[in-house]
Design a protein around this ligand. Structure first.
Ligand code: SF4
Ligand code: SF4
Length: 259
């Protein structure tokens, strides 16, 4: 099924995220901020991570060397907001779509829980609600009124805090502007990161920080082999990090060594 909202090139906004792996300490502040911002319920037993409703997961990787040569890095992984979003193409209910500014959205009342999108997403960025949400007593005081809760039977995922975009845009319009200024719209994870390892902005503004960062020789994206064209970029000066996180390079290298 074809959806035609992709590649609206004339639009003046396309938001991307850049994550500097060499700055990330794996503290988890981004993941906690994400859950709080988006009213993500906490299960009483969070030990089974396959059932957790995390929109942003932090993977730990190592260089595979024994101590004392061991090196560790952390990879925060939100939805990649792929330009070629496979999840959008497989959804029979049009419950997910990529909008003009590059955000892959999820429309909960349309989703009937077939989970094709989860099977299709190579980044495991989607999660399923097996139960109606439950929140520990007292936590409702911290609910975000801009974000709906999700019911049992639907898929959910990171939407780059789209409600923050709506809020920033409403404010800009009252000031007679259509395009947002740098920093007016940032997701909660980016705001919370204590080491400032995450950057976010409009790539169509050549002066934006993200537009400059993605030109770095240290920039890469996850699983480029699949042609998904993610909107999340990573930076690392360490070759082993790039090898571990970019399966394309790894398989290419293996292939070459067998030739
Ligand atoms: S990361 Fe997965 S859920 Fe997100 S846009 Fe890409 S395919 Fe869809
Ligand atoms: S689970 Fe929902 S969003 Fe995913 S493919 Fe099925 S209907 Fe679409």
């Amino acid at each position: 099924m074809e959806h035609n909202h992709e590649h609206q090139g004339s639009h003046a906004e396309k938001y991307v995220m850049v994550i500097d792996i060499d700055k990330c300490t794996g503290c988890g502040a981004c993941a906690i901020a994400c859950s709080q911002e988006n009213n993500i319920p906490v299960r009483t037993d969070e030990t089974d991570k396959y059932l957790s409703l995390n929109w942003l997961v932090i993977y730990r990787i190592t260089n595979g060397e024994p101590f004392p040569k061991t090196k560790v890095a952390y990879i925060p992984r939100p939805c990649m907001h792929c330009d070629h979003a496979i999840c959008v193409h497989v959804c029979p209910a049009m419950a997910t779509d990529k909008d003009a500014k590059g955000v892959v959205s999820q429309i909960y009342p349309r989703c009937f829980g077939c989970r094709y999108c989860m099977a299709a997403c190579p980044y495991h960025a989607r999660v399923f609600n097996w139960w109606d949400p439950k929140y520990p007593e007292g936590t409702e005081r911290g609910f975000n009124p801009d974000v709906s809760t999700r019911m049992r039977g639907v898929v959910e995922k990171c939407n780059f805090c789209n409600h923050r975009y709506q809020r920033a845009r409403d404010k800009a319009i009252t000031e007679g502007r259509v395009i947002l200024k740098e920093g007016e719209y940032v997701p909660a994870c980016v705001e919370a990161c204590p080491t400032k390892a995450m950057y976010f902005g409009n790539i169509k503004d050549p002066e934006s920080k993200v537009a400059k960062l993605i030109k770095s020789p240290y920039a890469f994206r996850l699983l480029e082999k699949y042609g998904t064209h993610p909107s999340v970029y990573y930076l690392s000066k360490h070759e082993w990090v790039k090898r571990q996180t970019d399966w394309y390079l790894e398989t290419q290298n293996k292939k070459q060594s067998h030739e």
